[in-house]
Design a protein around this ligand. Structure first.
Ligand code: NAD
Length: 260
């Protein structure tokens, strides 16, 4: 299977038939949904993992080692400078919401592109937090990432909290850090009530996030997995679409809405 041609058109049409009638759809998105916006994923060739191992930037190391914090700020500065825009896959999720068929998007991404694409915040559950904000790990004071990055660019390699002197960190979940409880509970509730669960652009190897497609399948929802490469959960899925999110998700959504 590839992302082009008649064969794929047929597979998208078949997928839409399998999902037809679904009214409470959850779309679960991973870094692959944002690669068309220019943000590298972790595990693809040239992905972020080729440049650094996020486990080396674990929460525990971040707390303990100023060198790890300096490297983290350089990466944040780089990502902040990309100014990414939503792509066709994000817009397809918004289209589902506009058609009244979306229960919500549960995303592992920290880039904020689903809300930029017009999804109301109440329909977006950011499981791994949001990289546009920074918080003090001691007093909880918050500031926009743009402000913190400006301080890094002005020469503060590891900016400290201006209220209490504590360590500042993006409001994202690092390796070794627990998921925000409220976000996890929302994601579980959305998953438990959905009638179709679309896992899109995720390697489905990061737990507990990857537990959600398993839960969806266990609770009887139809499970579709769309990814460029195989995932360990493909055998659980009712439909597997192999190809590009930016091409196949919009086609799938249109076909689904046509099938009603
Ligand atoms: P991952 O890197 O493990 O997997 C991404 C998957 O998407 C890969 O299997 C890859 O083959 C596939 N892919 C890449 N581009 C694609 C495309 N255009 N179309 C179809 N498939 C494509 O990412 P993950 O599963 O989300 O888990 C890794 C963690 O990385 C998450 O916790 C996430 O928070 C974090 N992350 C987020 C961002 C972001 O916010 N944009 C970027 C990198 C990493």
């Amino acid at each position: 299977m590839d992302g082009t041609g008649e064969q794929t058109g047929g597979l998208v049409a078949t997928a839409a038939v399998r999902l037809a009638g679904a009214k409470r759809i959850v779309v679960f998105t991973g870094a692959g949904v944002s690669t068309d916006s220019g943000i590298p994923d972790f595990r693809s060739p040239n992905g972020l993992w080729d440049r650094y191992d996020p486990r080396q930037l674990s929460y525990q190391r971040y707390l303990a080692d100023p060198q790890v914090r300096r490297l983290s700020w350089q990466l944040r500065r780089e990502l902040h400078g990309m100014r990414p825009k939503p792509n066709a896959a994000h817009l397809a999720c918004t289209r589902l919401a506009e058609a009244g068929r979306l229960a919500g998007v549960v995303t592992q991404n920290i880039d904020g592109l689903h809300t930029d694409a017009g999804l109301p915040p109440e329909l977006v559950c950011e499981l791994h937090g949001n990289g546009r904000w920074v918080a003090c790990l001691s007093c909880g004071d918050r500031l926009p990432m743009a402000e913190a990055v400006a301080r890094v660019e002005a020469g503060e390699a590891d900016p400290a909290c201006r209220t209490c002197g504590g360590i500042l960190k993006s409001t994202t979940v690092s390796f070794g850090q627990a998921l925000p409880r409220a976000a996890w509970e929302r994601a579980e509730a959305m998953t438990a009530c959905c009638d179709a669960f679309l896992a899109v652009g995720s390697s489905l190897v990061v737990y507990p996030a990857a537990r959600l497609p398993e839960l969806a399948a266990e609770s009887g929802a139809r499970l579709l997995i769309l990814n460029r490469e195989p995932t360990p959960l493909d055998p659980l899925a009712d439909v597997v679409l192999r190809g590009e999110c930016g091409e196949l998700l919009p086609r799938l959504v249109e076909a689904l809405l046509e099938a009603a």
